[in-house]
Each structure stands twice: as structure tokens, then as C-alpha cells.
Design a protein around this ligand. Structure first.
Ligand SMILES: CC(C)(COP(=O)(O)OP(=O)(O)OC[C@H]1O[C@@H](n2cnc3c(N)ncnc32)[C@H](O)[C@@H]1OP(=O)(O)O)[C@@H](O)C(=O)NCCC(=O)NCCS
Length: 155
């Protein structure tokens, strides 16, 4: 836990329209190809599970997940760059698994860029397993596309 946040209580709050400027500000520094405000607004309108992780009034991270029949699809999980590598991502994966179990889901799954080895390692350490690839799934620099690795976790 960082020196800044260790004495402050961290907690989850539902993502809401009036917090989207903060979310988009983090998103834009965390990714080369960030989600837009519209992507988040659409997720809220669709009723997806979207939670903010906050400490001392500051946004540390967030996740967005979509429930299927017996599975949950993690669409976005992000920790603000200055707060990465301190266990917050793992904490959000815990919250996601807890919520998903409560919804009766048996599997979690996600896609991650082939180049995003850091996130892959976090998921693997958590217990996610590689189950496939999706060719040209993501936009990439220079108008190119990048493959996704598909990972799943048995709840
Ligand atoms: C991927 C991401 C969500 C992971 O979140 P994170 O908070 O950085 O991850 P954690 O801190 O939980 O785990 C990262 C590492 O810190 C370690 N760690 C866990 N708890 C820790 C603690 N209390 N103190 C120090 N390190 C800790 C973990 O073991 C892990 O080790 P590793 O680097 O060897 O894998 C985050 O890095 C991120 O937002 N990246 C940019 C956006 C992105 O790629 N999102 C995923 C797209 S699919």
C-alpha cells in the first residue's frame, strides 16, 4: 500500500455518470487506445457491473463487467498508473469474483492484448488460464490490429 493511501480507507462505489470525467481521465493515461466516455456511458445504460475503487476521495481504479448466463465477461479493469503494482488490481479481481459468484456465475473470462504481458501475469498469478486467441481483436498503432489472448477463471 502506498504511503499516500495506507492511512485512508479504500472502498468500492458504483460507477455513475457524474464520475465519468474522473474515470476517463484515468483511462486516457492508462491506455494507448482508451475507452471513450461514450463507452462507459453505454456500459452504465446497459446495466453492466461497474465499480470504482476509491481511497480518500481519489479514484484508484475501476472495473466493468457484463453478466451472461453462467459466466461474467470482464470488459475493463484499470488501476491509475501511479497506483499500479500495490495489490489494487488483485483486490478488484477479488471483488469481481465475489460479485460474480453471488450472481451464480461459474466462469469469468476476459481478453487481453498479446503485448500486455504485465496484465497477463497479474491474471495468471490470480488463477486465470489461457484458453484461446482472437485474431486482430484490438486497434493498434498505425492503423494496425493486435491479437487478444482469451483467459478464463473457474469460480
Ligand atoms: C493490469 C492492472 C489492472 C493490474 O493492477 P495492479 O494494481 O497494477 O496489479 P497488482 O498490484 O494487484 O499486481 C501487480 C503486481 O504487484 C504485486 N503485488 C500485489 N500486492 C502487492 C502489494 N501489497 N505490494 C506490492 N506489490 C504487490 C503482485 O504480486 C503483482 O506482481 P507482478 O508484477 O510480479 O505481477 C494494472 O496494472 C493496469 O491498470 N494496467 C494498465 C491497464 C491494463 O492493462 N488493464 C488490463 C487490460 S486487459
Amino acid at each position: 500500500m502506498s504511503a499516500v493511501f495506507k492511512s485512508m480507507e479504500a472502498g468500492f462505489e458504483p460507477m455513475a455518470e457524474n464520475r465519468l470525467s474522473e474515470v476517463v481521465a484515468v483511462e486516457q493515461v492508462a491506455y494507448a487506445h482508451p475507452w471513450t466516455r461514450g463507452n462507459f456511458a453505454d456500459s452504465l445504460r446497459s446495466g453492466y457491473q461497474a465499480q470504482l475503487l476509491c481511497a480518500g476521495g481519489t479514484l484508484i481504479g475501476y472495473f466493468v463487467a457484463m453478466k451472461g448466463v453462467d459466466e461474467v465477461h470482464l470488459l475493463n479493469i484499470t488501476v491509475a498508473p501511479a497506483q499500479q503494482g500495490q495489490g489494487w488490481g488483485r483486490l478488484m479481481l477479488d471483488a469481481l469474483a465475489l460479485w460474480s459468484r453471488g450472481e451464480g456465475a461459474q466462469w469469468l473470462w476476459l481478453e487481453v492484448r498479446v503485448s500486455n504481458q504485465r496484465a497477463q501475469r497479474v491474471y495468471e498469478q490470480y488463477g486465470y488460464r489461457r484458453v484461446g486467441e482472437r485474431k486482430n481483436y484490438y486497434p493498434a498503432a498505425g492503423g494496425k490490429r493486435e491479437d487478444a489472448i482469451v483467459m478464463s477463471y473457474r469460480l
